[in-house]
Design a protein around this ligand. Structure first.
Ligand code: ATP
Ligand code: MG
Length: 415
């Protein structure tokens, strides 16, 4: 793709009061645009990253037998009333005062246990219909009081929410472990080290739930963890006695919650009367689990973790492009050699994975922009490289560049 076609540009200007590092880097790079506190547009560059995050999540959800669907965001009051969640603080209510008030009162979807349970009633009635799992990747709305952490805490944000349905606790426990394993794969593919952290079940369950926490100073949570045995507990429940069988040291640190898993039990199946009949004809409530990941928060976390003083340093799995090709100078020799490199790279990684900077701008501006965008591999064509019949190749994560022939570049990209 030609950089001159990009809808966004890099900028030095930041919106007033934007203090979070993830938003600063992503706004400067032209990945996101701030609409209001906690509300952002994902510009073409940012959307490419987000789509790659979503694709990794999708693959791992599909691999554990969950099927993707898309639920509405406009959720009528009656659903929330049925579970007692119309009066929560985070809900955005709409339609109050509309002409036929009763039908036009909605709460914007901030989570979807109510809706999915109502849907499941249409399809689950027998033990033969269980287990089932479905997920969506969808925009959620929450009236977050503190929306000052960029895309780590949005008032409008993306969530992958998975819901599972089971005949009993034992089958829920089995699937819960499968989801934990899938989440570990997801975060490792995304280039994040996530601690599986015990946390309080809140209103849902007396058992612990599990949060996936990424250690980082910008995190709003505090976790106590032991590197030796993998122990990790959220500050809200931590007691030193819980870490007994290991001689390793427990440390505490700030962390970002990128995902969590919950055993809901029968809270929602009771509220919505979702039940099944067993092989003897006896009726039981369906046992449920719910499992979230915030793709936009994940993207912000990656930006916080994978960046340096010059800009972003995307892991290849989620980088907006694989290669950044840059032509320095606009002589016909340089443009011809750059075009040749563009064709070679497009053949190797696909044209849509190569960002070609053919703009007429200064070398300093182009190289600074490349550092800011953080594409893993940079290939520069200049008068100097043309004279040497080579191109200059540099990884974003490394300090030094190397001169290579196109054959050597091909071999290095292939390896
Ligand atoms: P937090 O304690 O950070 O508010 P939560 O416990 O409310 O999170 P859930 O309601 O379980 O989180 O949401 C599931 C996932 O959605 C979280 O693990 C997180 O990754 C993401 N998420 C939650 N709230 C936000 C938000 N305001 N902005 C961005 N992502 C969010
Ligand atoms: Mg919350």
């Amino acid at each position: 793709m030609l950089q001159s076609h990009l809808f966004s540009k890099t900028s030095k200007q930041l919106p007033e009061g934007e203090e979070s590092k993830n938003a600063q880097l992503l706004i400067k790079g032209g990945f996101i645009n701030k609409s209001s506190a906690g509300v952002y547009t994902f510009l073409p560059l940012g959307l490419r990253v987000l789509n790659k995050v979503n694709q990794i999540i999708r693959e791992e959800m599909n691999a554990i037998g969950a099927s993707e669907l898309l639920m509405p965001s406009l959720i009528q009051k009656k659903y929330w009333e049925q579970s007692g969640r119309w009066d929560v603080d985070v809900i955005y209510r709409t339609g109050e005062g509309a002409k036929t008030e009763k039908d036009f009162q909605y709460g914007l979807g901030w989570t979807h246990e109510e809706v999915i349970t109502a849907i499941a009633k249409h399809f689950i009635s027998s033990y033969k219909d269980l287990p089932r799992a479905a997920y969506q990747i969808q925009t959620k709305f929450r009236a977050e009081v503190r929306a000052q952490a960029g895309i780590l805490r949005g008032r409008e944000f993306l969530m992958k929410d998975l819901y599972s349905f089971h005949v009993d606790r034992a089958d829920l426990d089995r699937y819960y472990q499968e989801v934990i394993t899938a989440y570990k794969k997801i975060f490792s593919r995304l280039g994040l080290k996530a601690l599986v952290t015990e946390a309080s079940g809140g209103a849902f369950t007396k058992e612990y739930t599990h949060e996936f926490q990424v250690l980082h100073p910008s995190g709003e949570d505090t976790v106590y963890y032991c590197e030796a045995c993998g122990f990790s507990q959220n500050k809200e429940i931590y007691t030193p006695e819980a870490h007994k069988e290991c001689s390793g040291e427990v440390r505490s640190g700030q962390a970002i919650e990128v995902g969590n898993v919950f055993k809901l039990g029968t809270k929602f199946s009771d509220a919505f009367k979702l039940s099944y009949t067993d092989s003897e004809g006896a009726k039981h409530p369906v046992v449920m689990g719910s499992y979230g990941i915030g793709p936009t928060r994940v993207m912000g976390t990656i930006a916080e973790v994978h960046s340096d003083e010059k800009g972003l340093t995307w892991p290849s799995a989620v980088a907006p492009f694989s290669v950044h090709l840059i032509a320095l100078g606009d002589s016909s020799e340089v443009l011809l050699a750059a075009q040749k490199a563009y064709e070679l790279l497009s053949g190797l990684v696909g044209e849509s994975e190569v960002l070609y900077d053919e703009r007429s701008a200064s070398a300093g501006e182009k190289l600074n922009d490349a550092d800011l965008l953080g594409i893993p591999l940079r290939v520069v064509v200049s008068a100097k490289t043309v004279a040497a019949e080579k191109v200059e190749v540099k990884k974003r994560s490394e300090k030094t560049a190397a001169l290579m022939t196109l054959d050597q570049l091909e071999a290095s990209v292939r390896s």
